[in-house]
Design a protein around this ligand. Sequence first.
Ligand code: PLP
Length: 434
Amino acid sequence: MNQRETLKVNELGHLEIGGVDCNCLREQYGTPLYVMDQDYIENICKVYADTLNAEYGEGMIAYASKAFSCLEIYRIVNKMGIGADSVSAGELFTANKAGFPMQKICFHGNNKSKSELKLALDYGVGYIVIDSYTEADDLETLCEQKNITQKVLIRTNPGVEAHTHHFVQTAKIDSKFGFSIESGDAENIVKYVNSKERLNLVGLHCHIGSQIFEEKSFILAIEKMTDFYKHLSDKYGIKFSVLNLGGGFGIWYADGDAKKTCNQYADYIKTIANSLKDCIAKKGLNKPYLILEPGRSIVGEAGITLYTAGRIKEIKGIKNYISIDGGMFDNPRYALYQAKYSVESALKMNAPKTVKYSIAGKCCESGDIIAEDVMLPQVNEGDLIAVLSTGAYNYSMASNYNRNFIPPVVMVKDGASRYIVKPQTFEDLIRNDI
Ligand SMILES: *Cc1c(COP(=O)(O)O)cnc(C)c1O
């Protein structure tokens, strides 16, 4: 476990988050239950914003809200003074309802519809990140209709693709996102968008991957992006004032992942800031306004999911399955890409871990697994099970598969807890059925 003041084992040997014993959380709210640690989220927002400010200067941290989106998270990140990025009309609507300052939003997506683009303009979104020629055309038309201009970026591929502990450099990325710099595609769309009257092309965007630990991959991306800025400046006199380097900072999920404190997460920002400052000095570029878009690292470790152990199946010599009252409907990440998680027996935190289990969900899919081969103390029906680092891409990817309820979300802070997303009811399940 990546312990901290707000996620630790208490004197009863119980897991405690935000000063609240997980046993109390189960008694008050039931399971399955998402629990989010407000201090963690606030701390890391502050660390990111302060580090960007101190190490670089002009710029913005934009929380990638697809990681976890609901009214309260937009209120919290706004209170902490950072921006956001969103990828759908639904996320824009939620942010706006939460009173989020829409000029601090970057709007992304490889297939934004006309109505989504129109909504973004109506809300006065700060930046729209263009990812196709026809999108640029549609946006130009919509801006004409409204008689406005819109700040835009273009999504590019710098030819660096990074995932977890590895990164590779490729000449040409096969990706549904962005325009390759290497192939000349990016240069062509830059010229195209730059010629649009209503589109104010202020810079470029790239996002090289997710769950990245290798800081070298960010440095490499910065090299490529600033080379390209230099090239565009030399060849066309196009000078950009903004650079958006995306997100993707790796977090702790399980053994093998680096354990970091909130303050240590600042290292990603420091590395990026210093490498960018070096590059612009070396290449004689104007210092761009720097946007960074961490999502997972803001909410991931802040969240845990609590389940109750149900039926336990021993397949002699093969495997022990614990079936829990949740599954792929609240956490589809193992089923999607064998994501690793740490599992704890939340009321027996000090007991020796002697039995190997696989944690199975209750959905009608053999692939509905939450974690394979985790060591736990002997588990009995009714035991409280905690899965850690579930704050990102769990609730936001949840579904009502098998007509299970999407679990509610409880926020904890200073020993107190409150719903930020209410439980669903049977009526919710049939609300739109005719
Ligand atoms: C998903 C995404 C992010 C955030 O990635 P994390 O791995 O959650 O930090 C940032 N920017 C864009 C454009 C994204 O698609």
